[in-house]
Design a protein around this ligand. Structure first.
Ligand SMILES: [Zn+2]
Length: 292
């Protein structure tokens, strides 16, 4: 499933093409994705100009000249293509056209026409149109915590929302009300880099360690964005479901493999990565490097 860095990569790919462009020649090839397309979807987009494109957690939000915001969630296999080229690299590439392309349009900007398509083989993605003034109070967004890369995300914020919490730090970081858009892979990686045990109660973590954690979360996400969100590869994983492996992951997906950590003693860690299930999701961690 695309996580925040992959969605941000797609946003950055769409931005130069659609911001300032007029949307024309819209096509909608089926009534629904995971949910039905909005009523009169094509009509409401046709002729509109895109004023900006933002990302909130894993949602893309294109603010239109019509006063509406066009919201897209990529689900698991949602992919945008620009003139036939897929934006971002994912474990499965998008069919450029054909039965899995569910909508398309042309972006007209400075006399240039660019064709943009949206394909979604498994159709877990969805699109919506929301009054721009009502985006923040919409059910999809109203209870979301701050963006991990935004100004509202800080050790002070985490200290406040984690105060007295007995829930594990791992599960707490996946709770979108505490911080928006963090997925399983990046939470595992961040806790590993911050050397915090995923098993510790969120309310037990000291302020200095929360300072480290917030900085590390930003680093992990920025590194993945800098890599173009391009390093996820399909692999048959131990959870028996779909999983993703990235060569650059330090801990995620590395159960039973040697820890890559180099603890302060100047010697490499000799422990192996362990996997536990927390909140129904796999957690990968090093019991030696990640302290309680
Ligand atoms: Zn270790």
């Amino acid at each position: 499933m695309p996580e925040l860095p992959e969605v941000e990569t797609v946003r950055r790919g769409l931005e130069p093409v659609i911001v300032g462009a007029r949307l024309t020649r819209l096509r909608q090839n089926r009534p629904d994705l995971r949910f039905p397309f909005p009523e009169r979807f094509v009509e409401r987009l046709e002729g509109a100009s895109v004023e900006r494109i933002d990302r909130r957690a894993k949602y893309l939000l294109a603010a239109l000249s019509t006063g509406e915001t066009w919201v897209t969630h990529l689900g698991m296999t949602g992919r945008f293509t620009v003139d036939g080229e897929q934006l971002g690299e994912f474990e499965e590439s998008a069919p450029i056209a054909g039965k899995h392309e569910h909508m398309s349009f042309c972006a007209l900007k400075e006399g240039r026409v660019t064709r943009v398509g949206f394909a979604d083989a498994r159709r877990f993605g969805f699109m919506g149109l929301i009054q721009t003034a009502q985006v923040e109070t919409h059910p999809w967004f109203v209870s979301m915590g701050p963006e991990p890369l935004g100004n509202g995300f800080s050790a002070a914020h985490l200290a406040e929302v984690f105060d007295g919490k007995k829930q594990s730090i791992k599960v707490s970081l996946l709770d979108q009300r505490n911080v928006a858009g963090l997925g399983n892979i990046y939470v595992c990686e961040a806790l590993y880099r911050a050397r915090i045990s995923p098993l510790i109660a969120a309310g037990k973590i000291s302020k200095p360690r929360l300072e480290t954690l917030t900085a590390v979360i930003r680093d992990v996400l920025n590194d993945a964005i800098a890599a173009g969100g391009s390093t996820l590869k399909d692999f048959a994983n131990a959870e028996g479901g779909q999983g993703y492996f990235q060569h650059r992951f330090d801990v995620y997906g590395r159960e039973g493999k040697p820890c890559l950590g180099k603890p302060c003693l100047g010697e490499g860690c000799t422990d192996v990565v362990k996997r536990v299930v927390q909140g129904g999701r796999s957690t990968f961690y090093c019991p030696s490097c990640q302290r309680r």
